[in-house]
Design a protein around this ligand. Structure first.
Ligand SMILES: Cc1ncc(C[n+]2csc(CCOP(=O)(O)OP(=O)(O)O)c2C)c(N)n1
Ligand SMILES: [Mg+2]
Length: 558
């Protein structure tokens, strides 16, 4: 008979997590985490039980990004752990602090069917793995995992054999000091005056400057300083994709730099002679491997400047500093300019041009994805949280110039599809007072469509907007470009509205756009969750796809 009065190791473990002030845990239960999870829930942690372990971790990643703090996920041992392997590399590369409580197979058994060597699987992704086999040290090890996740900004997976979890707790009754009380104070790093003087000379000698801000700039609160620097330098503003919208209301913002650059922005990037990259890791995609700004020198302002990034030589000039302090010091050191690159005509062009003006004749009964996005940009309330998934359609969804970065999220550092629905759940959990709108492709949504049930059960406010081209559009366009059969990339327009209704959610199909404002108003009134299925043509190739396949772009013409 169980003696409930004797605390077990899992009781102590739950307490150690609870004192880390984790308010939400994304989990899927099995033998190796259920006792712990149950106790954690009793301690007041909100449990969001999902339908696939990948989605627990992916939702926690979005939650961490949104709250700018550690998030928590939990899975059982063996098959629970192997399901994490697609999400972990993205969390590592996106620098997301997530602690994962994973079980391990029992140590006492000679054989256990779910046993697998978990450590090498996890560490292969770049995440940390800690085997906790010393019972007395477990509460300290848990605390240290939170410290490590924060300091290294990466996922830390804790594996604990479930027979050890079930042992009576014979250690100290007191818990260790929680991580929050031990965190070092990380004040913003000011720049060195010599570096500022050198950077100012470089900037003063350039004529066509673009200030390119990344997520580091946005999170350091450097938006206003970047605007002031660009103004004083007579230059333009741009952002990386994750920081899109940081300058959404600035007339001299050319949009995103990278694969997602709008048409007019490409022209200006091609002319620039100096890119000042602020709080941005200079990933390959941000400058198309440098091809988007062939004439430009690069000055990087960052706490961790780099010369080579993702296989490319990126910056020869560096100013090591906190993004805001570095930009402010540089702006102050710049002499006033006689000439500016800016003009009213330029602002008017950026304001009035379409992101992509290519003309395509669309089949009757289908929509142009660009028009869908324009209509959504007009109709969706500004305070809705936006999540952009992946795939070909993400280019179009990225073009919503009125939207601010605080309400935008994308995590695509491992290039995997199928994450949108989990990221939307993570944002919804972090911002329960808001409506979240997910922009996803049909293929990506289908990969984890089961989570519609989680959304329904937890009463999340999520509008799933599907750009349904009846295909893996990314693959289809490449196959077409190569003159290959399209099999394996074309699936037909499945009925997402019907699927949504099957999960107890509202579902609607769109083959026209004129009644969108009315439907948005009705949804906003009703709240809850819904899936909106926009049937779009595969005739429209995104500009980045056209750049990669110029021949195919010509053939696609009516
Ligand atoms: C997990 C994973 N599997 C396969 C791929 C290859 N892939 C990239 S885009 C894509 C198609 C996405 O289709 P959909 O979500 O409908 O978006 P679309 O490209 O049609 O807009 C696929 C299969 C991937 N990136 N990630
Ligand atoms: Mg598709």
């Amino acid at each position: 008979m169980k003696n409930e009065a004797i605390p077990r190791v899992y009781d102590m473990l739950a307490k150690a997590f609870a004192q880390e002030e984790v308010r939400t845990c994304f989990a899927l239960l099995g033998d190796a985490n259920m006792n712990w999870a149950e106790r954690l829930a009793q301690a007041g942690c909100r449990m969001i039980y999902v339908r696939h372990e990948h989605c627990a971790l992916a939702a926690a990643m979005a939650y961490a990004r949104k709250n700018r703090d550690v998030a928590l996920a939990s899975v059982t041992c063996g098959p629970g752990v192997t399901q994490l392997i697609t999400a972990l590399p993205a969390a590592v590369r996106a620098h997301l602090p997530v602690v994962v409580f994973a079980g391990e197979a029992p140590l006492k058994s000679g054989w256990y069917n779910q046993e697998i060597d978990q450590a090498p699987l996890i560490t292969a992704t770049g995440a940390a793995y800690h085997r906790l086999h010393m019972v007395e040290r477990m509460p300290v090890a848990v605390r240290d995992a939170f410290l490590q996740a924060r300091r290294e900004r990466r996922p830390v997976v804790i594996g604990i054999p479930f027979d050890l979890q079930a042992r009576p707790w014979e250690g100290r009754a007191e818990l260790p000091t929680p991580s929050r009380a031990l965190l070092p104070r990380l004040s913003p790093i000011p720049p060195h005056p010599d570096d500022v003087a050198r950077a100012a000379t470089l900037v003063a000698g350039a004529e066509r400057i673009v200030v390119l801000a990344g997520l580091g700039a946005a999170e350091a609160g450097a938006g206003e300083s970047c605007r002031a620097l660009a103004e004083k330098a007579g230059g333009l503003l741009s952002t990386t994709l994750p920081a899109r919208g940081l300058f959404h209301d600035d007339p001299f913002c050319l949009g995103i730099s990278g694969s997602f650059t709008p048409e007019v922005g490409l022209e200006y990037l091609a002319q620039t002679d100096l890119v000042i990259a602020v709080g941005c890791s200079l990933a390959y995609h941000a400058g198309g491997g440098g091809q988007l700004w062939p004439k430009a020198q690069m000055l990087q302002i960052d706490v961790d400047p780099v010369a080579v990034s993702q296989g490319q030589e990126v910056a020869r000039h560096h100013l090591r500093a906190d993004a805001r302090l570095g930009v402010e010091a540089l702006t102050a050191a710049l002499p006033a300019r006689a000439k500016t690159w800016r003009s009213e005509a330029m602002a008017a062009r950026m304001r009035d041009s379409k992101p992509d003006s290519d003309s395509v004749e669309i089949e009757p009964g289908l929509l142009d994805p660009r028009e869908v996005v324009e209509a959504l940009e007009q109709a969706l309330p500004q305070d809705w949280e936006m999540v952009n998934s992946g795939g070909h359609s993400s280019w179009f969804f990225g073009q919503m110039p009125s939207r601010a970065w605080e309400r935008f999220m994308t995590i695509r550092e491992f290039g995997a599809i199928g994450n949108g629905i989990s990221f939307a759940m993570g944002v919804a959990a972090a911002r329960p007072d808001r409506t979240v709108v997910l922009f996803d492709g049909d293929g990506s949504l289908m990969m984890h469509v089961q989570e519609l049930e989680t959304i329904k059960r937890h009463g999340m406010n999520i509008l799933v907007v599907v750009m349904n081209d009846g295909a893996y559009g990314s693959e289809l366009h490449k196959l077409r470009a190569e003159g290959m059969p399209e099999d394996g990339s074309v699936f037909g327009y499945c009925d997402f509205a019907g699927i949504a209704r099957g999960f107890g959610l509202a579902g609607e199909t769109f083959t026209r756009l004129d009644d969108l404002p009315r439907r948005v108003a009705a949804f906003a009134q009703r709240g809850g969750a819904a899936v909106w299925d926009f049937h779009v043509s595969t005739k429209v190739m995104s500009p980045s796809m056209r750049r990669a396949h110029p021949q195919a772009a010509k053939q696609n013409k009516p």
